[in-house]
Ligand binder design. Structure first.
Ligand code: 5GP
Ligand code: ZN
Length: 139
């Protein structure tokens, strides 16, 4: 897609620190790493978010994410790797081309605040009501 920065990165029109690619997936280092080793996986075919991406591309991204996570573990020996993905400006998606984040955290690194939410029991009626609606939509 014209004017999409990640399409341009996947085509090599904008430089990036590429770590892997195959016919569907392009993998590169984030330019503003939350922590060292912050890596992004994108489909080569433009899709904005989880609602647009094809099932085959989504499967390819997640298959590749396992390989990349294994490589990150062998190189950096992190205490954990956060895997996340944002859909929509309402949850701070900034680049509107689907991307999966892999963020390794080494033992001496600062805490990843986004993975450290407070556990507060929800309203069970509301949890059930919403869960039932989603289940019906899936049926
Ligand atoms: P989002 O909030 O959309 O999930 O995150 C977008 C990510 O893309 C950010 O972590 C940002 O640092 C990264 N990013 C944005 N532009 C570029 C770029 O030109 N090159 C690279 N390597 N990463 C980028
Ligand atoms: Zn794109």
């Amino acid at each position: 897609m014209d004017n999409c920065i990640f399409c341009k990165i996947a085509k090599g029109e904008i430089p990036s620190v590429k770590v892997f690619e195959d016919d569907r997936v392009f993998v590169f280092e984030d330019i503003n790493p939350i922590l060292p080793g912050h890596t992004l996986l994108i489909p080569k075919a433009h899709a904005e978010n989880i609602w647009e991406i094809s099932g085959d591309d989504l499967a390819a991204i997640h298959r590749a994410s396992k390989r990349v996570a294994e490589a990150i573990r062998s190189v950096l020996d992190p205490v954990g790797v956060a895997v996340f993905q944002l859909n929509g400006r309402g949850v701070n998606q900034v680049v509107m081309h689907y991307h999966l984040h892999l963020v390794p955290r080494m033992a001496d690194a600062p805490a990843l605040t986004m993975t450290d939410w407070e556990l507060k029991p929800g309203n069970l009626d509301e949890i059930r009501r919403i869960g039932e609606k989603i289940a019906v939509a899936l049926a």
